[in-house]
Design a protein around this ligand. Structure first.
Ligand code: DUC
Ligand code: ZN
Ligand code: ZN
Length: 460
């Protein structure tokens, strides 16, 4: 089958032109002005933006966490992602301390395989690094196509590794050609503050925020940056929220170091005043928490300075009933917020449409950089000859309102209820197949393909 997309304004991380795109089977085979080719089907994209399918490299679907499971499974989560213009997600496998990495991989595959509507990959979260797990790293990189290894410097007793394990892991991952990613917050400081607030009877969601002050993230980010500098392992800080943490990266550039940084859409748009709404604040209980207006300014500046490379979501939704597990104690509120469907439209509306970032920067941080950093480029993340035909046709002028009553995520509230946004996903192609058209999903579970990723070679 072949398809010709005519007359769209094609945007990549570096280009902006009107052209036709010719797709044969799953890939783009020609791009040009007024292409004279015969196609089985044609789509008119006049007046529309045409950009690569979004890549969200930080999502948690059907994840066992804090005594429950995140409420989007692989079907609902990847379908909601497609509605929002995200064609590939990278989810996290969590090793159980004491067990092997492969045991966790098998468990995660039993939930994900055959269930995804959009394309997907995994990061492997190493929560117990020892002589046995060390041997598995090579197999993950060479055989499974899983080349990034997540670490937690917080969540002691469940996910956190200590600095000794961190250094050992970095040395092995470097040797095998992978990347270490990190949730960089100081777990001991946070545990101390949580206990203190609970003992003082301070139990509302506001104390979730007050238990994770900026210093907890700045300190851990700096320590991580020092450790990757020492070991020479490629490193990526997930969900960065604040000025102090970004300054740790800024300082590292002074010794010629490169650190990859991700922020998430919520940290650019929302702030900690939402925690003052009594238990309603639980909607935004996530770790790290939302920060201050000055941190939003820092993150937008960081994007334009090339220090913040990726805008993801840390999509980890919980139903309101699940959030209520922490009604009497903030430390029991499942951490996470839904955004997989909203990321591309919010970033366009609040970033491009307000003039904070350019269209090229938009594609760079939402599509191209995640593909480059995580070993999927140029198969994913761009519009180019030979690339997968993962394409978003986007109406830049259509205004609409975000709401739980219309979104497709399996969660009964929206962190953005009533937000007016400008710009809407009109159609989405995944590997050449029309999967979203005028607010209808045309694909089913099983359509999504597991994407094996390459070693870390692209430095952006
Ligand atoms: N933070 C969250 O808010 N949820 C899932 C895991 C995490 O680190
Ligand atoms: Zn995290
Ligand atoms: Zn996360």
């Amino acid at each position: 089958m072949s398809l010709l997309i005519k007359n769209g304004r094609v945007i990549t991380a570096s280009e902006d032109y009107i052209a036709d795109i010719f797709i044969q089977e799953e890939v783009i085979t020609a791009i040009g002005k007024d292409l004279s080719v015969k196609a089985d089907n044609e789509m008119d994209a006049s007046g529309m933006l045409v950009f690569p399918g979004g890549i969200d490299p930080h999502v948690h679907l059907d994840m066992p966490f804090m005594g429950t499971y995140s409420s989007d499974n692989y079907e609902t989560g990847t379908m909601a992602a497609l509605y929002g213009g995200t064609t590939t997600v990278i989810d996290f496998i969590l090793q159980k301390q004491g067990n092997s990495l492969h045991a966790a991989l098998d468990e995660w595959r039993s939930r994900s395989d055959k269930n995804c509507v959009g394309d997907y990959s995994f990061h492997m979260a190493v929560t117990d690094f020892n002589e046995d797990t060390k041997k598995e790293i090579r197999e993950f990189v060479e055989i499974e196509g899983i080349t990034s290894f997540k670490t937690f410097m917080a969540y002691k007793g469940a996910l956190m590794i200590d600095d000794r394990q961190m250094i050992g892991l970095m040395e092995e991952v470097k040797k095998q050609g992978g990347m270490v990613t990190v949730h960089a917050t100081n777990g001991d400081m946070i545990d101390y503050l949580i206990s203190k607030h609970r003992e003082e009877g301070k139990l509302s969601p506001l104390y979730h925020y007050l238990s994770q002050p900026e210093v907890t993230e700045a300190e851990a980010s700096e320590r991580f940056v020092d450790m990757i500098n020492y070991t020479g392992c490629p490193g990526y800080i997930v969900h960065m929220t604040c000025e102090g943490a970004l300054n740790a990266v800024r300082n590292a550039t002074r010794r010629n170091q490169k650190v990859f940084v991700e922020t998430c859409i919520q940290y650019l748009l929302l702030d900690a005043s939402l925690y003052e709404k009594d238990f309603d604040g639980a909607k935004w209980v996530m770790s790290p928490p939302l920060r201050e207006k000055k941190d939003q300014l820092t993150l937008w500046a960081g994007i334009n300075q090339g220090l913040v490379n990726v805008v993801a979501t840390d999509h980890c939704p919980f139903m309101w009933e699940q959030k209520k597990m922490g009604e009497k104690d903030f430390s029991k509120i499942p951490n996470g917020h839904p955004a997989i469907e909203n990321r591309m439209e919010l970033l366009y509306s609040e970033g491009v449409n307000t003039g904070k970032i350019t269209l090229n920067k938009y594609v760079e941080v939402a599509c191209t950089n995640p593909a480059k950093i995580f070993g999927m480029f140029p198969q994913k993340g761009t519009i180019g000859i030979g690339s997968d035909a993962d394409i978003v046709i986007f109406d830049p002028n259509l205004k609409h309102t975000l709401s739980a009553s219309t979104h497709h995520m399996n969660v009964d509230y929206s962190g953005y209820e009533g937000w007016e946004v400008t710009g809407k996903v009109k159609s989405v192609l995944l590997r050449g197949k029309l999967v979203i058209d005028d607010n209808k999903c045309l694909a089913e579970k099983g359509n999504g393909k597991f994407i094996k990723r390459n070693k870390v070679t692209q430095y952006i």
